[in-house]
Ligand binder design. Structure first.
Ligand code: ATP
Ligand code: MG
Length: 561
C-alpha cells in the first residue's frame, strides 16, 4: 500500500512538512496522526481522503495512526455509527491496532483543563444568552464588546463552573468562555465558548454530564493527550488554528501537535455533507446508508467499488490547499482499471433476442471452455453450455445495418464468444413487424472461435443458452443528482435528485453466475462490471452495475479480429 501512495503522490505539501520535521528530529522523529470522525453518520468517499492521508502518511514514516471517535456532541451520535466507521476504515485497508479512542473518555480530563484555564485567569463563566453573545461578538468590520461577566474573579468562576457541572443552571443559561480578545480580527478568537450546558443523553456517558465541551477546545486537547504530532484536517479549520494553538499554549500542554489543513475532496453529481446524506436515508430517498448510489463507503462497497480503486483515486487527487471538485468519471476510471484486473468474466444478456441454431441437433449440449479472466491466468476457466436455442442482445442484430456495423444481420456471420461462427439465415417477426427470433446456422468447424479455412468475422457477441440461462435482477445506476455540482444550485438539494438514478431490469445470466456470492465481482462481457448484491437468494440473483465498460466493443473487436 505504501508504494501505491508513494507512486501517485510523490511529495505533497503535507508530506513535505513531515519529511522536514522528521529530518529535524521534531517530536524525536515520531509521526503520530489521527483520524477523528464524529460518529453521527456513515463515512463517505471524502472521509476516505482524510483516512488515506492520516494512515498513509504515518505508515510512510513508520508512524502510527489513532482512530478517535470525536464524540462531544450528545445529540446526534450513536453506537451504530461507531461500528460502521470501524468497519469502513478496516475495509479501506487501514489498521489502528489498539489505538481506538473516544473523545468522550476524556471528559474528566477536559473538565480539569477547563478548570486550569480558569485558574490561569484565561476563562470565565458568562451569563449572556446566545442572542446576546451574538450581539456582543461584533462583525468582521467592527470589534466585539466585552461581556459584563468577563472580569469575574477566579474564585467566582471556579464556583460557577462547578455548579454548571452539578446541574444548578438551565440549559443555555451560562457558558464557559475563553478570555482572549473581543477585538481580534479572527472572530473565533473573540472569547469563544468552551463549555455549554446541555441536558442530553450521551450514547456512551449517559446522563453523567450536563455540560459538554465545544469542538475547538476538545479537539486540540484530545490531540495533545494522545501525543499526536501532526493533526491533519480540512481547510475550514484553518481559521480555527490560532485558537487550537492558543489553548495548548495557555495550558502549557506538554505535547503541542501541529495542525495542517488540506482541501476537502468533492465529487461531481453527489453531495458529501453528512447532514444531507442522513436526510436522504431518513426520508427514504435512498434505501439506506449502503444504497449503491450513495457516496458512502458502505454504499460504494455494495455497488462493487474496491478499496484499491478508492485509494488510487484518492491518491490521484493529491493533497492541496485549494478547494476543487473531482470528476466522477475519474473515480470510475480507477474502478474500471482495478476491476479489469480482478473481475471474473461471465456472460449475461440484458435485452434478449432469441436465436435458433437450425443445424444444431436438438437435445444436445456442447460444453465450451471459457476463460475466467484474460488478465489473470490463475483465475482458470469454466464450462459454458451451448445448445440449439440461445439468447443474444437485441442490439447485436440489425435488419438493415449501416456500413460499420459488424454484428449480426441477415446473411451475415458473427462469432459467438467462446463458441462458433453463426450466420443469420432468416428473421422471424411478430404481427407488428418486430423481430422476435433469428434462425441461424452454425459452422461446427469454428468451435472455439476460429475458422480452419482462415475465414474472418469482424464481430464477436455474447450470448446465453436458453435452456440453461437463469433469470436475474440487474440494478443499473445513474448519478444520484442531476447537476454536476448540487451544492451550487439555488434549489434545495432534495429537488436536485435524479429521478432515474435507479433502473431495475431483468436479465439472463449464464448458469455459472447462479453460484455467485454476495460481494463477488464480475465483468459481464461487453455489458459492464457487476457486483452480486446481498439481496440475492439462491433462486434469484441480484447484480449491481458498478461501472459500465468504456469502449468495450472496440476492445473485443481489436483483440480478436
Ligand atoms: P460534516 O459533513 O458534518 O461537515 P465532517 O464531514 O467534517 O462533517 P467528521 O466526522 O468530522 O465529518 O470528519 C472526520 C474527518 O474527515 C475530519 O478530519 C474531516 O476534516 C475529514 N473529512 C470530512 N469530509 C471530508 C472531505 N470531503 N474530504 C476530505 N476530508 C474530509
Ligand atoms: Mg467535522
Amino acid at each position: 500500500m505504501d508504494n501505491e501512495t508513494n507512486a501517485a503522490a510523490p511529495l505533497d505539501f503535507i508530506r513535505a512538512i513531515v519529511v522536514n520535521d522528521v529530518k529535524n528530529n521534531k517530536n524525536n522523529g515520531a509521526v503520530v496522526t489521527r483520524f477523528p470522525p464524529e460518529p453521527n453518520g456513515y463515512l463517505h468517499i471524502g472521509h476516505a481522503k482524510a483516512i488515506c492521508l492520516d494512515f498513509g502518511i504515518a505508515a510512510e514514516f513508520n508512524g502510527i495512526t489513532h482512530l478517535r471517535m470525536d464524540d462531544t456532541n450528545p445529540t446526534k451520535e450513536d453506537l451504530e455509527y461507531v461500528e460502521s466507521i470501524k468497519q469502513d476504515v478496516k475495509w479501506l485497508g487501514y489498521d489502528w491496532g489498539d489505538k481506538l479512542f473516544f473523545a468522550s473518555d476524556y471528559y474528566e480530563k477536559l473538565y480539569e483543563r477547563a478548570v486550569e484555564l480558569i485558574k490561569r485567569g484565561k476563562a470565565y463563566v458568562c451569563d449572556l444568552s446566545p442572542d446576546e453573545v451574538r450581539e456582543y461578538r461584533g462583525t468582521l468590520t467592527e470589534p466585539g464588546r466585552e461581556s459584563p461577566c468577563r472580569n469575574r474573579s477566579v474564585e467566582e468562576n471556579l464556583d460557577l463552573f462547578a455548579r454548571m457541572r452539578n446541574g444548578e443552571f438551565e440549559d443555555g443559561a451560562k457558558t464557559l468562555r475563553a478570555k482572549i480578545d473581543m477585538a481580534s480580527p479572527n472572530m473565533h478568537m473573540r472569547d469563544p465558548a468552551i463549555y455549554r450546558i446541555r441536558r442530553e443523553h450521551h450514547y456512551r456517558t449517559g446522563d453523567k454530564w450536563c455540560i459538554y465541551p465545544m469542538y475547538d477546545f476538545a479537539h486540540c486537547i484530545s490531540d495533545s493527550i494522545e501525543g499526536i504530532t501532526h493533526s491533519i484536517c480540512t481547510l475550514e479549520f484553518e481559521i480555527h488554528r490560532p485558537l487550537y494553538d492558543w489553548f495548548l499554549d495557555e495550558l502549557e500542554m506538554p505535547c503541542h501537535p501541529q495542525q495542517i489543513e488540506f482541501a476537502r475532496l468533492n465529487l461531481t453529481y453527489t453531495v458529501m455533507s453528512k447532514r444531507k446524506l442522513l436526510t436522504l436515508v431518513k426520508e427514504h430517498y435512498v434505501n439506506g446508508w449502503d444504497d449503491p448510489r450513495m457516496p458512502t463507503l458502505c454504499g460504494m462497497r455494495r455497488r462493487g467499488y474496491t478499496p484499491e480503486a478508492i485509494r488510487a483515486f484518492v491518491a490521484s487527487t493529491g493533497a492541496t490547499k485549494t478547494n476543487s471538485i473531482s470528476d466522477l468519471s475519474l473515480l470510475e476510471h480507477f474502478q474500471r482499471d482495478d476491476l479489469n484486473k480482478r473481475a471474473l468474466r461471465a456472460m449475461a444478456v440484458m435485452n434478449p433476442l432469441k436465436v435458433v441454431i437450425t443445424n444444431f441437433p436438438e437435445g444436445t449440449v456442447d460444453e465450451l471452455d471459457a476463460v475466467n479472466n484474460p488478465e489473470d491466468e490463475s483465475a482458470g476457466s469454466r464450462k459454458v453450455p451451448f445448445s440449439r436455442e440461445l439468447y443474444i442482445e437485441q442490439e447485436d442484430f440489425m435488419e438493415d445495418p449501416p456500413k460499420k456495423y459488424f454484428r449480426l444481420a441477415p446473411g451475415r456471420e458473427v462469432r459467438l464468444r467462446y463458441g462458433y461462427f453463426i450466420k443469420c439465415e432468416e428473421v422471424v417477426k411478430d404481427e407488428n413487424g418486430a423481430v422476435v427470433e433469428l434462425r441461424c446456422t452454425y459452422d461446427p468447424a469454428t468451435r472455439g472461435g476460429n475458422s480452419p479455412d482462415g475465414r474472418k468475422v469482424k464481430g464477436t457477441i455474447h450470448w446465453v443458452s436458453a435452456a440453461h440461462a437463469k433469470k436475474a435482477e440487474a440494478r443499473l445506476f445513474a448519478p444520484l443528482f442531476t447537476p454536476e455540482d448540487p451544492t451550487e444550485s439555488e434549489l434545495e438539494f432534495k429537488e436536485l435528485l435524479n429521478p432515474d438514478s435507479l433502473n431495475v431490469t431483468e436479465c439472463l445470466i449464464e448458469p455459472s453466475l447462479q453460484d455467485a456470492a454476495p460481494g463477488a465481482l464480475f465483468q459481464f462481457e461487453r455489458v459492464g462490471y457487476f457486483c452480486c448484491d446481498p439481496d440475492s437468494t439462491p433462486e434469484r440473483k441480484v447484480f449491481n452495475r458498478t461501472v459500465g465498460l468504456k469502449d468495450s466493443w472496440a476492445k473485443i473487436q481489436n483483440k480478436e479480429a
